[in-house]
Design a protein around this ligand. Structure first.
Ligand code: SF4
Length: 69
């Protein structure tokens, strides 16, 4: 799966970082950035995306089809 964060939407709440610290970290602007999506199971990745109150985490399959939101 492919994961990215919409920096315009991210408000730095940190649910994603708490949920999957090997996938997301804060940058110097307190926005989430993506580290290594393959470090967790796909289920965890989707749950982390669903935990974002701003729907700022975009998940696609390997063919680019939107899985979330
Ligand atoms: S949960 Fe959403 S708003 Fe919060 S840091 Fe992660 S991407 Fe940003």
């Amino acid at each position: 799966m492919k994961v990215r964060v919409d920096r315009e939407l991210c408000i730095g709440v940190g649910n994603c970082v708490a949920f999957a610290p090997t996938v997301f970290e804060f940058d110097e602007e307190n926005k989430a950035t993506v580290l290594d999506p393959s470090s967790v199971d796909d289920d965890i990745l989707l749950e982390a995306a669903e935990s974002c109150p701003e729907n700022a985490i975009i998940v696609e399959d390997d063919e680019g089809r939107l899985l979330y939101p």
